[in-house]
Design a binder for this molecule. Structure first.
Ligand code: SAH
Length: 349
């Protein structure tokens, strides 16, 4: 959380222990304030300005961090009586902790309340490009570290991410690891938890809205629908499936949702057809859900490979009759469909 007020040159008194007030101090400094500190109510002299020579009239605002020390209320009461506004500020998150946070599919609107709170309380955020990273400066005063890409466009390796997180927490930071979607859905969340546990670092996980459900929804596709599909299977397309897996999937009869599936789309479509799935089974490719340039391509199992030739990651594939539900509902609501593209894809051109 950043303050969206310009406090350039204003004297602000931030009360609270150094540990609890560290993020509030950062926020007020970032807003341009000249920050004065009062760490204990016992140091609050009878002059409501608190420290030393500052008089109430010279202060613009008191930022009162909720640090749990008894005794602040008398001091803050005196400030208010002297006509000083008092802003309540949350205490910083615990030092030396890691929180894995699911960031949803890439829009700040689909962050959970717990995610917003964890970001607000963080000292350092290690984020991926699939998380809603553009909105981070509004949500936190933490140091932001992009571990999805380095300047040379190389990803930071998983081992290095784990090392960075653990070292930062051991140095006393409250660390947030912000990931796209949900940390436990193809997100390596389990490995990151294990790395923290084995280093003796306290770790918790905040679930996120997974793209497996929310990205189809962005295109109007419900992953289940009464009398159409009563199950959905979420599959990684990172590597091609085995012939046995194709048979299992084809035999299930429900909705198949594939993440990271653009690179193996051809093998998947061919494999499911070999396993007996009908070529007219409807399919959708939803690219860049909730982001600029969101696009839905609809075809069927027999035509998808050519229809989706121009599609790129990130994208979610949906296979099954629920795709038709979206088509039917789209007449009433939801995104506009590109009719030329739809016609072209149905014709297999
Ligand atoms: N943990 C994540 C998934 C990580 S795997 C989750 O629960 O959503 C990365 C894959 O997620 C991408 O290849 C793509 O298939 C999918 N994905 C994530 N965000 C997406 C978005 N905004 N639009 C389309 N696909 C997305």
């Amino acid at each position: 959380m950043q303050l969206n007020i310009d406090l350039t040159g204003r004297n602000v008194l931030v009360t609270g222990t150094d540990t609890s007030a560290r993020q509030a101090v950062r926020r007020y400094q970032a807003a341009g304030a000249v920050v004065h500190r009062l760490t204990s109510p016992h140091d609050a002299g009878p002059d409501a300005g608190g420290q030393g020579t500052l008089l109430p009239g010279q202060l613009f605002l008191v930022a009162a961090v909720e640090d749990g020390q008894p005794g602040w209320s008398a001091f803050l009461g005196r400030c208010r009586q002297a006509g000083l506004p008092v802003a309540a500020e949350p205490a910083a998150g615990p030092a030396g902790n890691v929180t894995l946070v699911g960031g949803g599919p890439g829009t700040g609107d689909l962050l959970t309340v717990a995610a917003v709170k964890a970001l607000r309380d963080a000292d350092v955020v290690f984020y991926d490009r699939l998380a809603p990273y553009q909105e981070l400066p509004l949500l936190t005063s933490a140091e932001l570290v992009d571990v999805g890409k380095k300047p040379g466009h190389h990803k930071v390796s998983q081992a290095d991410i784990e090392k960075l997180m653990v070292e930062s927490a051991l140095a006393g930071n409250n660390v947030v690891r912000l990931k796209g979607g949900d940390p436990y859905v193809f997100g390596r969340g389990g490995e990151e938890v294990a790395a923290c546990v084995s280093a003796g670092v306290k770790v918790q996980v905040v679930s996120g809205v997974t793209s497996a459900i929310s990205v189809p929804a962005a295109a109007g596709i419900p992953v289940t629908h009464r009398e159409v599909s009563h199950m959905f299977t979420v599959v990684s397309g990172h590597a091609p499936l085995t012939e046995q897996e194709h048979h299992h999937l084809a035999g299930l009869g429900g909705t198949i949702v594939v993440l990271m599936g653009i690179g193996t789309l051809h093998q998947l479509a061919a494999g499911l057809r070999r396993a007996g799935m009908r070529p007219d089974t409807p399919m959708a490719v939803v690219e860049r859900g909730y982001r600029p340039g969101q696009r839905t391509t609809i075809a069927d199992l027999g035509t998808i490979t050519s229809a989706a030739a121009g599609c790129s990651n990130p994208a979610v594939l949906v296979i099954g009759e629920v795709v038709r539900v979206a088509e039917a509902n789209r007449n009433h609501a939801g995104e506009a469909v590109d009719l030329d593209r739809l016609a072209a894809s149905l014709l297999g051109s």
